[in-house]
Design a protein around this ligand. Structure first.
Ligand code: BGP
Length: 465
């Protein structure tokens, strides 16, 4: 047995988001997820919308107690733009939302849970998407900065960790390349413009945050990162991985963490005829918006090979430069669409941040180990659901993280996705990730065994394996 001990004051907890947990009670406005579900309910697993979620709006007090039971000292969720802001033009806030977020934050703080608040988790207000095209428009970029400033002013004295965006590349991929987020467009040029505008929105929010000089508060960004592993060591495959890394990782990581826009990225976009409209003032805002920490979400590794088949889409996607590749020797999670399991990727990510991004303070902001309800089974006589599969995999990933920390990686915490099984976009409740099962009929939270193990880990800061 080896004992793995993590640094003192390490943050242990979980991540979730407003829209995936709160429920729609008293919401000022709809988001694109309400709108899309009204238009196309058949796109959602079993037709379930974000209205039927964990109902945190009503149950936050009970849930903060549930956080304590599994040892959390911190928790990330998000403010919903469409809940907080009643009138997007004037910036008028919804008082009910202000009261809800204040109560929720107070409850966490009073119970020793450090809240980390994110401002955007894929949830563009429906009205702004329909009127202006969401982040296609620079007007909406400014509206986001206004909303962010409102949130900082309202809750800044309670929140020490602010995050502008969760996985900012995902709305670009989902909404403008691969059709899994509204507005379901397939337009490579527009996708690049939206990506640029999101980076700009982030930068503007960071500048607004810094201007407020909030004591004891930091601002950061959460990115989904995975190295691109190749099929073999050929120059062609290595080049394919270089492109995938440039387009999926460095495209956001470099501007947001290093405050640099890679010249190679500009060259690739120009070669593809998809250069976005920018001004030198905007570039200056991006290259001066300093974040103090990085969150990294990790689920699956990316594997690529050099393109063999011809590229037959009539619009730009990053896959013009590579093909995805399934590792024939990989281990796969049967409960998550056979996604590959590769714990060493956590080490590789940590080393990349350490060596190429100034060893910025970072945390594992989402590590998710999905199972389905059938594989988790029913609670045993002890009332617990047996998800030891999850604990086993979590250990394997944490061993790799521990190795990187021993080598100097500046990691300050781990948040598991997620706290209570929650609604997940088109997948709705298909994949379960929580410390607690959500009974969809009764709303009951049913504890899983993994939570006991996690409590021990969080309390002692160590585990044995
Ligand atoms: C992340 C998102 C989360 C969450 C998770 C699980 O990328 O930040 O919001 O939904 O993925 O996703 P899924 O349920 O589709 O596996």
């Amino acid at each position: 047995m080896t004992k793995y001990t993590f640094p003192q004051n390490f943050m242990w907890g979980a991540a979730a988001s407003g829209i995936q947990t709160e429920g729609s009670t008293n919401k000022a406005n709809d988001s694109i997820w309400d709108l899309w579900h009204q238009k196309s309910p058949e796109r959602f697993y079993r037709g379930i919308s974000s209205e039927t979620v964990t109902d945190t709006y009503h149950r936050y007090q009970e849930d903060v107690q549930n956080m304590k039971k599994v040892g959390f000292n911190s928790f990330r969720t998000s403010i919903q733009w469409s809940r907080l802001i009643k009138d997007y033009e004037t910036g008028e806030v919804c008082q009910d939302a202000v009261a809800f977020y204040n109560n929720y934050l107070d409850e966490m703080i009073a119970n020793g849970i450090e809240p980390m608040m994110n401002l955007y988790h894929f949830d563009m207000p429906a009205e702004l998407q329909e009127k202006f095209g969401g982040f296609e428009s620079k007007k909406v970029v400014d509206m986001f900065a206004d909303y962010a400033e409102t949130a900082f002013k309202l809750f800044g004295h309670k929140v020490k960790y602010w995050i502008t965006f969760n996985e900012p590349i995902v709305p670009v991929e989902g909404g403008y390349l691969y059709d899994f987020h509204y507005p379901c467009k397939k337009d490579g040029k527009l996708a690049v413009q939206v990506a640029f505008n999101i980076i700009l929105a982030h930068a503007k929010a960071v500048h607004r945050f810094n201007a407020l000089e909030l004591e004891n508060s930091k601002i950061g960004i959460v990115l989904n990162l995975t190295p691109s592993y190749t099929r073999n060591d050929s120059e062609e495959d290595k080049k394919a991985a270089w492109y995938a890394d440039l387009l999926f990782n460095r495209s956001f990581l470099d501007p947001m963490v290093k405050n640099e826009i890679p010249q190679e990225l500009c060259d690739v976009l120009e070669e593809q005829g998809v250069t976005p409209e920018t001004t030198s003032k905007e570039v200056e805002l991006i290259t001066t918006a300093k974040v103090e920490f990085l969150g990294v979400n990790y689920y699956v590794p990316r594997r690529v090979k050099a393109r063999e088949a011809s590229y037959d889409l009539d619009y730009f996607t990053p896959e013009v430069y590579f093909e995805n590749y399934v590792n024939p020797e990989g281990r796969f999670n049967p409960y998550r669409d056979n996604n590959e399991i590769l714990p060493t990727a956590v080490y590789d990510i940590a080393k990349n941040v350490q060596e190429n991004y100034g060893n910025i303070p970072w945390y594992l902001a989402e590590i998710g180990i999905a199972m389905d309800v059938e594989s988790e089974g029913e609670p045993g006589e002890d009332g617990l659901i047996d998800d030891s599969f999850r604990t086993g995999l979590m250990k394997e990933h944490l061993v790799q993280l521990h190795r990187a920390i021993q080598e100097g990686s500046n990691c300050f915490g781990v948040h598991q996705w997620t706290f209570i099984d929650n609604w997940s976009w088109l997948n709705s409740f298909k994949r379960r990730y929580g410390f607690y099962r959500l009974d969809l009929e009764t709303g009951d939270r049913i504890p899983k065994k993994h939570g006991l193990w996690f409590k021990e880990l969080a309390t002692t800061g160590s585990f044995e394996d």
